[in-house]
Design a protein around this ligand. Structure first.
Ligand code: ADP
Ligand code: MG
Length: 336
């Protein structure tokens, strides 16, 4: 069963930033999709659009079908209900999302009282149960956010996201603000919970390795587009798009090690979404760009079983092995 279907989603901010451009994504019930890409590629904009949380000034077109209903056109009362019971979101930096002057237990209880029409006692029991699920003692319900560590606050955010038994969790860099040990714990927790409860997950990160560990499928975003999509293990181990390769660090070494094309070695930054380059938006940074890449934009196209990529080389050959051979053979030094 299809849980989430995003069709031709486009978001343009006031001022002309084309943050999301024609994104199509499908998520089956219980499936885990990772969305990767550098900062500025439109990942958070996509996440916010899924729950209609963008500022009113943002122009949004396309469809976001959640259980078949279009989130973008439904009435606001329905949107509010769907935000808890259909899909809920976990952000990075939980400190800013929690209210500093209320006990965390009351904050978790609020949507349960509102959307589940629970009694006070029923909500209290559900809060205790949720806290236990996320690995916190029930007594923590009485704490204020500042009394908790960063990892504990993120656990509270996850408990809150689960409060109304959603079918989909959208997690936008849920561990970025945490230290490495705690990151692993929180990711493990999210993986366990979505598996146990058979939830859908859209997990956003700039770190492809983290996503490959947690997700079934991966989508790589660049300049507002999905440029590669497929089974997580394949995209991570053997990306077809040069940008996917850069993110996974699997690009072949070109020339001396200092010029190695790797995530940190990728020259420059993603383009300003208000002033996108012509042709393939990745071509100015691409070490294997052809002349045609400066002129022709590339659509996502089928690239083997369950895979899609938006690179001219994929379209020309259709064969992943040939693309890899060409990438190896025609590599040129990245321009700095
Ligand atoms: P990511 O999460 O991948 O870092 P974002 O979705 O946050 O990317 O941002 C994509 C682009 O949209 C960036 O260039 C950013 O500056 C721009 N942007 C994000 N939010 C707004 C906003 N509220 N108004 C105008 N531009 C925005
Ligand atoms: Mg972001």
């Amino acid at each position: 069963m299809t849980l989430l279907q995003v069709r031709d989603l486009t978001v343009t901010y006031d001022g002309g930033a084309r943050a999301v451009r024609g994104v199509d994504l499908t998520l089956a019930a219980g499936q885990k999709l990772g969305v990767a890409g550098e900062s500025g590629c439109g990942k958070s904009t996509l996440a916010l659009a899924l729950l209609r949380l963008l500022p009113a000034s943002a122009k949004v077109t396309g469809e976001v079908l959640l259980g078949g209903e279009d989130v973008l056109t439904m009435k606001w009362g329905r949107v509010r209900a769907v935000r808890w019971a259909g899909a809920s979101i976990v952000f990075q930096g939980a400190m800013h999302s929690l209210n500093a002057v209320h006990r965390v237990g009351d904050q978790i209880a609020e949507p349960i009282l509102l959307h589940k029409r629970a009694t006070r006692e029923g909500a209290r029991r559900k809060v205790a149960e949720l806290l236990e699920h996320v690995g916190l003692p029930a007594a923590r319900a009485a704490s204020y956010p500042h009394e908790l560590s960063g990892g504990q606050r993120q656990r509270v955010m996850i408990a809150m996201a689960l409060a109304c038994d959603p079918e989909l969790i959208v997690a936008d860099e849920p561990t970025t603000a945490l230290d490495v040990m705690i990151q692993a714990q929180i990711l493990g927790l999210i993986s366990r919970l979505v598996a146990e409860q058979d939830l859908g997950l859209v997990m956003i990160s700039h770190d492809l390795a983290v996503l490959a560990d947690t997700c079934d499928r991966l989508a790589v975003m660049y300049a507002g587009r999905v440029v590669e999509e497929g089974p997580a293990a394949q995209v991570y181990a053997d990306a077809l798009h040069p940008y996917g390769k850069a993110l996974s660090g699997s690009f072949p070494t070109i020339g001396d090690p200092a010029s190695r094309f790797a995530p940190r070695g990728l020259p420059g930054d993603p383009p300003d979404p208000a002033a996108l380059p012509p042709g393939c938006t990745f071509h100015p940074r691409c070490p294997v760009a052809l002349d045609v890449c400066a002129r022709d934009d590339q659509e996502l196209r089928p690239a083997g079983a369950g895979r899609r990529a938006a690179c001219v080389r994929v379209g020309r050959t259709g064969a992943a092995e040939d693309v890899r051979a060409r990438v190896r053979g025609q590599g040129r030094e990245p321009e700095h």
